[in-house]
Design a protein around this ligand. Structure first.
Ligand code: GAR
Length: 194
């Protein structure tokens, strides 16, 4: 059984999808050990409370530098005996010193078919707006390992969707998010079995 810590900055619907997969028995090798929020008061923290899971906010700007921020993250995931770190809409760049401690076990989900529409500034609805603007016919989501770049680590899995003619950003975002909720628990379970 692998213990997953989720890092989030927003609504936490991917966090919820992992919790739901665990409670439904679909991911027998996973358990959740806690949530780290990039700021207090986000919806993901409320979800953690309802799930009776530990949740803490660790705010980058509260630290003098990246090294101190990394130490605080390290201490928390260490306290929880974390095996896998799952970024789920976590919009803060992790310190390289932190990433170096966990080779191959920090993963992220991104709402496009990377390497397309990834990198600095590509998050949330901005991604879908750019996909539609570019006239793409397919899109999807990607789970990848986290390295020091933005959305550049090794791709573990992708789910592809056909874009409907005339589809709006809001409609596309909702369909991609649904695909994320299916893909992320599956990939984490696979990682946990390895
Ligand atoms: C998700 O769509 C995730 O792929 C995206 O943020 C959303 C978080 O939603 N992440 C990125 O864009 C990272 N570059 P959630 O808080 O409801 O899980």
């Amino acid at each position: 059984m692998k213990r997953v810590a989720v890092f989030a900055s927003g609504s936490g619907s991917n966090f919820q999808s992992i919790a739901d997969a665990i409670s439904s028995g679909r991911t027998p090798h996973l358990s959740l050990c806690g949530l780290i929020a990039s700021k207090p008061g986000i919806q993901a923290m409320e979800r953690a409370q309802l799930l009776d899971l530990p949740a803490v906010s660790i705010v980058k700007s509260d630290f003098s530098d990246d090294v101190e921020f990394g130490k605080a993250l390290l201490e928390q995931v260490g306290d929880w005996d974390t095996d896998i770190i799952a970024l789920a809409g976590f919009l803060v760049k992790l310190p390289p010193s932190f990433i170096a401690q966990f080779p191959g076990i920090i993963v992220n989900i991104h709402p496009s078919l990377l390497p397309k529409f990834g990198g600095y500034g590509f998050y949330g609805q901005k991604v879908h707006a750019a996909v539609l603007e570019a006239g793409e016919t397919i899109t999807g989501c990607t789970v990848h390992l986290v390295d020091e770049g933005y959305d550049t680590g090794k791709i573990l899995a992708q789910k592809t969707l056909l874009i409907h003619p005339g589809e709006t950003v809001v409609e596309l975002a909702a369909r991609v998010l649904k695909a994320e909720h299916e893909l992320y628990p599956e990939v984490l379970e696979r990682l946990a079995r390895e």
